[in-house]
Design a protein around this ligand. Structure first.
Ligand code: CU
Length: 142
């Protein structure tokens, strides 16, 4: 019986490899920048097929906390309004699909969500961080 398991595993792997859309997508996200300077969110891909997506989020800053919020928007490149009083985007007005919150410098986190086709923005909504550059467009294809 033991001899059967290897061919079965190989067949299963071949099947998954032949149909990559069946495998969950992973997006690597880097949160960069220090207080008082430019900040950014870098992605290893800006688009994935609809379905389950895992965001592997790394705060690579040296001494600044960051976070990542997945926001559904109506159209591609739509600008999110930053409230002048709080210097943040009003989250009660956002269609948030999930977040990795409050990563200290050097910390990692993951978020797995099921995303429908459409346009999204990934932001860090700590005070002042969107204005400093922490917003990036993301597309989920049908
Ligand atoms: Cu940030």
């Amino acid at each position: 019986m033991r001899q059967l398991s290897l061919p079965i595993a190989a067949a299963a792997f071949a099947l998954l490899s032949a149909y990559p859309a069946l495998a969950a997508e992973t997006v690597s996200v880097e949160l960069l920048g220090e207080r008082g300077g430019a900040m950014s969110i870098k992605l290893d891909k800006s688009s994935v097929p609809a379905g389950e997506v895992t965001f592997q989020v790394a705060n690579v800053a040296k001494n600044t906390p960051h976070e990542m919020v997945v926001v559904k928007v109506d159209k591609a490149g739509q600008r999110l309004e930053v409230d002048r009083a709080t210097n943040r985007v009003d989250e009660s007005k956002l269609d948030s699909k999930g977040e990795v919150s409050n990563l200290k410098a050097g910390q990692d986190g993951t978020l797995t969500v099921n995303l429908a086709p459409g346009s999204y923005e990934l932001i860090c909504n700590l005070k002042g961080h969107v204005m400093a550059g922490m917003v990036v467009s993301f597309t989920v294809t049908g």
